[in-house]
Design a protein around this ligand. Sequence first.
Ligand code: PLP
Length: 437
Amino acid sequence: PITMETEKVSPSRSETLFEQARAVIPGGVNSPVRAFRGVGGTPLFIRSAHGPYMTDVDGKRYVDYIGSWGPMILGHAHPEVLAAIHSVIERGTSFGAPTELEVEIAELIVSLVPSIEKVRMVSSGTEATMAAIRVARGFTGRRKIVKFIGCYHGHGDAFLVKAGSGVATLGLPDSPGVPAEVSQQTITVPYNDLAAVEAAFAAYPDDIAAVIVEPVVGNMGCVPPRPGYLQGLRDLTQKHGAVLIFDEVMTGFRLARGGAQELYGVLPDMTCLGKVMGGGLPAAAYGGRADIMDCVAPAGPVYQAGTLSGNPVAMTAGLTTLRLLQQPGVYEQLDRQTKKVSEGLLQLIRKAGLPATLNRVGSMFTIFFTDGEVTDWDSASKSDTALFGRFFHAMLHEGVYLPPSQYEAAFMGLAHTDEVVEATLAAAERALDKLAY
Ligand code: PLP
């Protein structure tokens, strides 16, 4: 018999590192979605990133449509951000005492975000949302919060109930370790359904402290609010004396200078911010009406603190990023380029005979592999995730790095030029050709 000599393919550097990582880090990653469980395969280990590109440890370059899951709106390693970080780092990296930079960024945020009168810095979006509901509870003296199925607000106990992308991707229902007594205080209702919120208020007329919402959802893939939905939430919370919290960790400074609240003209009582405002360093914030924020210690009795809160290096990256976003035409460019690439991809996928639905708001978008309209978690979860996984890997092979889950929004940045968009669409044509076989 003829024996075939099998070609020995040596493992890539990413595969080797992933094996090493799994021995010492749970699942080999420091945040679950990075592990590629939603699409299969080995995650890429990244060595460096510049502009719209990331380069892995094997030296292959990818067009990046994740942007560190939102922050890198200016593109990676922006020279002005790097220069600002370099200059401030010379003066020390953490003082545990107030700095001028914190006043500057607070003033800028208050001037940009329509509903924020006072703001407190924290180090992650999770901290921002956890603090916001504590303050809302302290302010109202009530216990319950309403959240929407498929919305993600970080990994605080109260939010790990029907929490969208990361949890859904892993197929975990709710997380063990969250006491039932805690999750029972969280009422979950479908997104884009005002009647369900009304029913929640009818069931607990005097016990709902806050309604927290991603004004444009990113964590079941991109799902925009129906016309009038956000205003409906505003009216209902006002009527029932509950605090309306917009979780703008993803949408803040991304969809407009003042975030989704500016874009849709609806003002919440409190807002959570993160991602873009840290310019790629750990910074986040929560803010809102002065009477509510004055409940926060030391002005008021609701405790919240942080060793690295308002860290000067993170504040500098954030301030520089926010200032660069004040240039004219920035949001128009983001919108134009994202429209071009997302509609181009949609056309190519449909031309290949595959089911696809595009949702986009500004520089956030998702192509769902389903024919139906996607307006909430139920309709999002009708997507063909196996097909998405094949498309994801075909694109990765062609040098385009999409979010490794059907239920995560893709993000564009200012470094995604026409040339980058064209290269992405050419890659998609090749990828879809191969998928057909
Ligand atoms: N809120 C929203 C809307 C998010 O998208 C995220 C993170 O993806 C968070 C909160 C949590 O932020 P972090 O990962 O910085 O804790």
